[in-house]
Write a protein that binds this ligand. Structure first.
Ligand code: PMP
Length: 467
């Protein structure tokens, strides 16, 4: 079947072609084929439009990435100019390109002081594959051939490549394809609601961090290369750790000389009101994974910020590191990133999230906790989540959850999606990560929309007899 340009907005035709040929990420195609995919055709600011002309408030910034909002002409202009000048050249064989050099320089300037080198990749997953190879190489060069194990956490997300999915702690992913690969082990996540009963948040943070020390001792410190974690877990459901957690993790890594990798694919580039979340959580990572917000998703780009501890060994003692991608340092992607960073700086978007819109979102989002379905609502910068519960209690640990098989979160997501609001469901936790350009007025508009959709969900599940 061919499709003519004039038919591009013929939703049924596009859906038919979509079903026939397009395999989507993380999708049950049988189920999708029955209802047909929603076709997104345009974006402007915080809004999207679908092929039916519906306007949708994008509470998820695409996929945690469109930090500067949709429709930035200066980014498309920068991309166009670079495409005309030099659309591609690789960085192998003693060559380089100007946007990649400028971006590496810029990233060194805006990242914490220990970062002065960048390794570019095409995505966050590739960046975490790079981390795995890089930390093992680091220890090899230093003569510690045994130090190969990487410790990660259950319910973390580090990508979909073999190493990324292995580093991640998603049981559904591990269940397919024989993962995790050897040399990667997992500890519990710092999820206060799930595991912190009977403790204060501060006590639980220390307790959750102690699981790292236990695992190090179990594996043998001389075999552990690194610990990896998202400062705030994203895909796992916006799990915001207690303030005591990360400093204690840092202390344990220091005690055993273990490298610390902060996966900031979501948290970086202003999402939490800092260039990098590591700056606000009291950690000094040796490596930072980035992607998404570096270009606001306009062009794929990822990479690893390589701290001096690792860079010095690899550069001064390591010789050739046998690793790299065709698109490492892609000039067009780097040009997009440079313009994206310029916008973040010029419009003071990160300061705005830190001092104005972030605190305002926190206040407005917390108000949703008075809704009969909402058992717990919390936020950090421009990520937030709320738990849909059957019965609320004063102590959130005593809330009664819905039977997970009912899929209340998916029902809620359906009402959101059908009423012009994109809010993601992770089980029965509903999460958002709005574009950083969102204004106070737009936060009000979003909270009103969310509340209306929560009401619709409430009425719906009551009618189904689930309440
Ligand atoms: N790490 C984290 C924390 C992520 O959230 C993601 C993507 N959601 C990745 C890694 C993988 O990035 P990509 O999809 O670009 O490969």
């Amino acid at each position: 079947m061919t499709i003519q340009l004039k038919e591009l907005y013929d939703t049924a035709a596009i859906q038919k072609l979509d079903t026939a040929h397009y395999m989507h990420p993380f999708t049950d195609h049988q189920a999708l084929g029955e209802k047909g995919a929603r076709v997104m055709v345009r974006g402007e600011g915080i809004y999207l439009w679908d092929s039916e002309g519906n306007k949708i408030l994008d509470g998820m910034s695409g996929l945690w990435c469109v930090n500067v909002g949709y429709g930035r002409k200066s980014i498309s202009d920068a991309v166009y100019r670079q495409m005309e000048t030099l659309p591609f050249y690789n960085s192998f064989f003693n060559t380089t390109n100007v946007p990649a050099v400028l971006l590496a320089n810029k990233l060194s300037a805006i990242s914490p002081p220990q970062f002065n080198h960048v390794y570019f990749t095409g995505s966050g997953s590739e960046a975490n594959d790079t981390n795995l190879r890089m930390v093992r190489r680091y220890w090899d060069v230093l003569g510690f051939k045994e130090r190969h194990t990487i410790i990660s956490r259950h319910n973390s997300y580090h990508g979909s490549t073999v190493a990324g999915a292995s580093l991640g702690g998603m049981t559904d992913m591990h269940a397919q394809g024989g993962l995790p690969i050897p040399g990667i082990v997992h500890i519990g996540q710092p999820n206060y609601l799930e595991s912190g009963r009977g403790m204060t948040e501060a006590e639980f943070g220390i307790e959750a961090a102690s699981w790292l020390e236990q695992k190090i001792l179990e594996v043998g410190a001389e075999k552990v290369a690194a610990f990896i974690g998202e400062p705030v877990q994203g895909a796992g459901g916006v799990i915001i750790p207690p303030a005591t957690y990360w400093p204690e993790i840092q202390r344990i890594c220091d005690k055993y000389g273990i490298l610390l990798i902060a996966d900031e694919v979501i948290c970086g580039f202003g999402r939490l009101g800092r260039w990098f979340a590591s700056e606000m959580f009291g950690i000094r990572p040796d490596l930072i994974t980035f992607a998404k917000g570096v270009t606001s998703g306009y062009i794929p780009l990822g990479g690893v910020l390589v701290g001096d501890r690792v860079a010095d060994v690899l550069i001064k003692q390591g010789g050739e590191f046998n690793h790299g991608f065709t698109y490492s340092g892609h000039p067009v992607a780097c040009a997009a990133a440079l313009e994206n960073i310029r916008i973040l700086e010029e419009e003071k978007l990160i300061e705005r999230v830190a001092d104005d819109t972030g605190p305002y979102l926190k206040q407005r989002f917390a108000e949703l906790a008075d809704h009969p379905l909402v058992g717990y609502a919390d936020s950090c910068g421009f990520v937030a989540g709320l738990n849909l519960v059957r019965t609320k209690a004063d102590n959130p640990h005593d809330n009664v959850a819905f039977d997970s098989a009912l899929g209340v979160g998916m029902v809620c997501r359906g009402h959101m999606f059908g009423n012009g609001m994109i809010m993601r469901a992770v089980g029965d936790r509903m999460i958002i990560a709005p574009p950083l350009v969102m204004t106070r007025e737009q936060i009000d508009e979003m909270i009103t929309l969310i509340r209306r959709c929560l009401d619709l969900t409430h009425a719906d599940i009551k009618q189904r007899g689930w309440l």
